[in-house]
Design a protein around this ligand. Structure first.
Ligand code: PMV
Length: 329
C-alpha cells in the first residue's frame, strides 16, 4: 500500500487566473504550460491500518497547518473516488523554493495524486488523474503531463470536462528553455487561491482579461507547433502582464513584484534590444522566468545573476508525473 511519484513543476505560458467554482477548482479560462525538467517534487504515500489519521511531512518536517489539512482533504477525495477507507502517511520533498510563485503546488498535488492512486492499488487514466489533481491545485492538472500541456476550462458544472492533455511532447522542442530567476525565496503573503478570488471579485479589468484568452491560446498553440520563439515569447509575456494588470487593479491591490522583479523585466527588454531572444513571465510571486533558446541560455543566466539575484535554475521541457521505486520512507 505504498507508492512514490515524482512530478515536475510547470510554468504557464497562457495563465490560469480565476475560478468559476472554488470548491471543484473549475477555472474561468483555459491555460497552456510547459512542464519544467529539474524542478521536482517527490511524494511517497502509504495507506495502512496502523495510521489513525493522515500524517504529512514536508521536506522532513511534520506539517499540521493549513497545508497539512489540504493534503488530508486531497487524500479524502482520492479515497472517495476509489471507494477506500484507510488513512495514510505522506512524505513530500521539493528540490526548489516552495510557495514563492514557483508553482510548487503543481508538482506537489500532481505527485500526491499519482502516488495516492497507486498506493491504493488503483489504475486511473491520465485524464482521470488530471481531474483529481486539479481539485488539489488547478495548475497540478497540467503537471500530470510532460512537454507542453493545455488545461481545458470545460463547461460542465461537475468539472468532468475540465482536465489537461498533452499538446506536444518534450522532444518536440528540446531547445526551448526557461530560466527561473529566484529573486526571493521566502513564502509569499497572498496565496494564489486568495489572490484569484480577490481579483475576480474586485478588478474592473477581470472581464477584459477573459476576452483576450482565446486569441492567446491560439497564438501559443501555433507558436509551439512552429517552434516560433518570438511569437510564443511575445504571447506569453503579454499574457502574464495582462494577468498582473488584473491583480494590480484589484481592491486591495495585489503587488507580487519586488524591485528585482522590475529590474529583471527591464533587463529582458535590454537583452532583446541587443538582438537576443528573451521574454519574461511571472506567476503569483516575485520570481521572473525568462523564456529563451538553449544557445542563449548561458549568456542570459550570467546577465540575470549580475543584477544581484540569489540564483537561477535553467529548465528544459520536462517529463510527465512518474512512479519510482525510490520511496522517501
Ligand atoms: O494552481 P494554483 O492555485 O497554484 O494557481 C496557479 C496560478 C498561476 O500560477 C498564477 C497561473 C498558472 O496557470 O499556473
Amino acid at each position: 500500500m505504498k507508492a512514490t511519484c515524482i512530478a515536475n513543476s510547470n510554468i504557464a505560458l497562457v495563465k490560469y487566473w480565476g475560478k468559476r467554482n472554488e470548491k471543484l477548482i473549475l477555472p474561468c479560462n483555459s491555460s497552456i504550460s510547459v512542464t519544467l525538467d529539474g524542478l521536482e517534487t517527490t511524494t511517497t504515500v502509504e495507506f495502512g491500518e496502523k495510521y489513525k489519521k493522515d500524517e504529512f511531512f514536508f521536506n522532513g518536517k511534520k506539517t499540521e497547518d493549513k497545508q497539512g489539512q489540504k493534503v488530508s482533504n486531497h487524500l479524502a477525495l482520492a479515497r472517495k473516488t476509489l471507494g477506500k477507507k484507510l488513512f495514510a502517511r505522506v512524505q513530500s520533498q521539493s528540490n526548489f523554493p516552495v510557495a514563492a510563485g514557483l508553482a510548487s503546488s503543481a508538482s506537489g498535488f500532481a505527485s500526491l495524486t499519482v502516488a495516492a492512486v497507486n498506493a491504493l492499488g488503483s489504475k486511473l487514466s491520465q485524464k482521470e488523474l488530471s481531474i483529481l489533481a486539479r481539485q488539489g491545485s488547478g495548475s497540478a492538472s497540467r503537471s500530470i503531463f510532460g512537454g507542453f500541456a493545455e488545461w481545458k476550462k470545460g463547461v460542465k458544472k461537475n468539472g468532468s470536462d475540465s482536465y489537461a492533455f498533452q499538446l506536444f511532447p518534450k522532444e518536440h522542442w528540446p531547445e526551448f528553455r526557461v530560466i527561473v530567476c529566484i529573486v526571493e525565496s521566502t513564502e509569499k503573503k497572498i496565496k494564489s487561491r486568495q489572490g484569484m478570488e480577490q481579483t475576480v471579485k474586485t478588478s474592473p479589468f477581470y472581464k477584459d482579461w477573459l476576452l483576450t484568452i482565446e486569441k492567446d491560446l491560439n497564438l501559443a498553440r501555433n507558436a509551439i507547433r512552429q517552434k516560433n520563439m518570438e511569437l510564443l515569447g511575445m504571447t506569453a509575456e503579454v499574457n502574464s502582464l495582462k494577468m498582473h494588470a488584473t491583480m494590480l487593479t484589484a481592491k486591495p491591490a495585489i503587488v507580487y513584484w519586488q524591485p528585482k522583479t522590475v529590474e529583471l523585466i527591464h533587463l529582458v527588454e535590454q537583452i532583446r534590444e541587443n538582438g537576443m531572444q528573451a521574454y519574461h513571465t511571472m506567476d503569483a510571486g516575485p520570481q521572473v522566468k525568462i523564456m529563451c533558446l538553449e544557445k542563449d541560455a548561458q549568456k542570459i543566466k550570467k546577465l540575470a545573476m549580475e543584477t544581484g539575484i540569489q540564483k537561477t535554475i535553467e529548465a528544459r521541457p520536462g517529463d510527465a508525473a512518474r512512479i519510482t521505486e525510490k520511496h522517501l520512507f
